[in-house]
Design a protein around this ligand. Structure first.
Ligand code: FES
Ligand code: MG
Length: 596
């Protein structure tokens, strides 16, 4: 924090050196009812980056919450300019919402930098909206605070909680086993979405909104409040009030999102059983704010943290329960008690995370466990490498007893397994062939998905977790090890090996794999290798390169082509390479030239 600078909006509305342009900027912002006096009063101008729309139903409640944000801003003497962010709907956007995060980021950077905004409220929620907003705020580095839209209410079906996404994976197995029909399948899935808000499981949305709070970028206790609750309205109002103070204090994203804050977030991620998308998004945010956060930090810092939050897919409960049990502050307090949180990190409310969370209590120990009685010990991610890829991750807290018994309990080789690979090139290939009896899949088989990364798909799709063939499901074998260069939904309880980098389309080792090759995975060593001699792999590489490399479908839109040309791999955040050079541009690049 430094002394209060002259507000950047003054360069538009009150520039004595260029009265022509001042007049030109002023007259058009008067159009919707602001007055000359207001615009020239020196009041801070606060943007509301609106991610809600009819196309983004998870975030749509922000259209309502924005009214309360406005009231908070106004009450503190600010002026609001609300504007749309490129819509992102996780489930609705083809070929994948993963393609749109960097596009929304680019758009938001241009808006935050190029318009007269002194601070911004980032409305976050559905999976990619959160990282896109934080990445842009990090790049521009004007005072920014995030407001979560909150999770949906709990879903119920016949007396049982049905959680977003997680129920889909379960319903698919029931449908494949012939236990339910199509109609029941749709009813079961729809039951998980009873209200406005984002996914009520510990999917990527709940994860990223929780981690935003753990990073210090939203008000304490705000992430878990269900979307329809009255507290959600109140926190919208308080967020509006607070951003005006943050502008006066010049409290910027770079002051809050320090390396210590990211390490706090990684530990919280393990304790909540967070999504495998979190490393991708936190890497991206860290790179844009200039913090070095290698993928190995997830294992080094996060692996030994126990699972405390009993939410689906790793556990039983849903978003309403998480809120009622104390949400993020209760989790942070448990970790703080063990010295696992850097308590001195400053947060958006101007206080440290320690001061915010020290006294937070667990209100229901069935939902949030005390540190001494975790659901699982050492529940973080492990990072694997080998001749299949340089880096991939596995979420250990979702390893089921059945999976552990089948694959990780060989007395001679307790944390390793090997078997023949069955390789699919994209989800279409998988759907077409998985139930083909001639593939002769057994419980030994390892399923591979490739062509699903940031370049290959493009955008990196959530397609790596694959169910077993129906003939195995009817024998009671529902999960096989899944490995791939795409992502997996945070709502999936599959212990897949994900985000493999470099992807097949970038000629990583996955591109060289053939169905029938034996593959060995060693969890303790952190290795994943094709058991084929190096010379053979080198020959395959030469042959594939001669054919032009691993094939993937042509780009269908200009953005797909631009993204493919610039995007990096998942292990380093899959950002547009080069964009990280534009750091803290509000401080480093001055204000842009006049428009006329
Ligand atoms: Fe939007 Fe899950 S699909 S939050
Ligand atoms: Mg998803």
């Amino acid at each position: 924090m430094s002394d209060t600078p002259r507000l950047r909006s003054r360069a538009w509305f009150d520039n004595p050196d260029n009265i022509d342009m001042t007049a030109l900027y002023l007259e058009r912002y008067l159009n919707f009812g602001l007055s000359l006096k207001e615009l020239r009063s020196g009041k801070p101008i606060i943007g509301i980056a609106q991610t809600g729309s009819d196309l983004s139903p998870c975030n749509r409640h922000h259209l309502v919450l924005a009214d309360r944000v406005r009231e908070g801003v106004r009450e503190m003497g600010g002026i609001v300019l609300e504007f749309p962010v490129h819509p992102i709907q996780e489930t609705g956007k083809r070929p994948t919402a993963g393609l749109d995060r960097n596009l929304a980021y680019l758009g938001l950077v241009e808006v935050l930098y190029g318009y007269p905004l002194d601070g911004v409220v980032l409305t976050i929620g559905c999976d990619k909206t959160t990282p896109a907003a934080l990445m842009a705020a990090a790049t521009v580095n004007i005072p920014a605070i995030a407001l979560s839209v909150g999770p949906m209410l709990n879903g119920w079906h016949r007396g049982e909680r049905t959680g977003s996404g997680t129920i889909v994976w379960k319903a698919r197995e029931l449908l494949a086993a012939g236990k339910i029909d199509d109609e029941e399948f749709i009813r079961l899935v729809a039951s998980s979405a009873p209200s406005t808000g984002y996914c009520n499981t510990m999917g990527t949305a709940t994860t990223m909104n929780s981690l935003t709070e753990a990073l210090g970028m939203s008000l304490p206790g705000s992430a878990a409040i269900p979307a329809p609750h009255r507290d959600r309205q109140e926190v919208a109002y308080l967020t509006g009030k607070r951003i005006v103070e943050m502008v006066a204090e010049d409290l910027k994203p770079s002051d809050i999102m320090t390396k210590a804050a990211f390490h706090n977030a990684i530990r919280v991620n393990s304790a909540i059983g967070g999504s495998t998308n979190a490393p991708i998004h936190l890497s991206a945010i860290a790179r844009h704010v200039g913090v070095d956060l290698p993928l190995t930090d997830w294992q080094d810092v996060g692996h030994d943290i126990p699972l405390l939050v009993n939410l689906q897919p790793a556990g039983e409960y849903l978003g309403e329960d998480y809120f009622r049990a104390g949400g993020v502050p209760a989790v942070v307090a448990q970790l703080m008690g063990q010295g696992l949180i850097d308590a001195d990190v400053i947060t958006a409310n101007g206080r440290t995370i320690g001061d915010n969370c020290r006294d937070a209590r667990i209100e229901d120990e069935a939902v949030i466990r005390p540190f001494e009685r975790p659901l699982k010990p050492a529940a973080g991610f492990i990072v694997l490498r080998g001749n299949l890829f340089d880096a991939a991750i596995m979420k250990t807290c979702v390893i089921s007893e059945a999976f552990r018994a089948r694959y990780l309990s060989n007395p001679d080789d307790p944390e390793a397994f090997e078997g023949p690979a069955l390789v699919f090139d994209g989800p279409e290939d998988y759907h077409a062939r998985i139930d083909d009896p001639s593939l002769e899949v057994t419980s030994e088989t390892l399923l591979f998905m490739r062509g699903a990364g940031p370049i290959g798909y493009p955008g990196a799709a959530e397609v790596v977790n694959m169910r077993a063939p129906t003939y195995l499901i009817s024998q009671g074998i529902t999960e096989l090890p899944c490995i791939g260069d795409g992502r997996q939904s945070g709502t999936s309880g599959s212990p897949s090996i994900l985000n493999a980098s470099p992807e097949a389309a970038a000629m990583g080792g996955l591109a060289l794999l053939r169905t029938g090759d034996r593959v060995r995975i060693d969890i303790r060593q952190g290795t994943a290798n094709i058991l084929v001699p190096d010379a053979e792999l080198a020959a395959r590489r030469t042959a594939l390169e001669a054919e032009g490399g691993y094939p993937y479908p042509p780009s269908q839109t200009p953005w797909q082509e631009i993204q493919r040309n610039l995007v990096g791999q998942l292990d380093s955040g899959a950002i547009l390479e080069g964009s990280e050079r534009y750091q803290r541009i509000a401080q480093t690049r001055g204000i842009s030239r006049d428009s006329h």
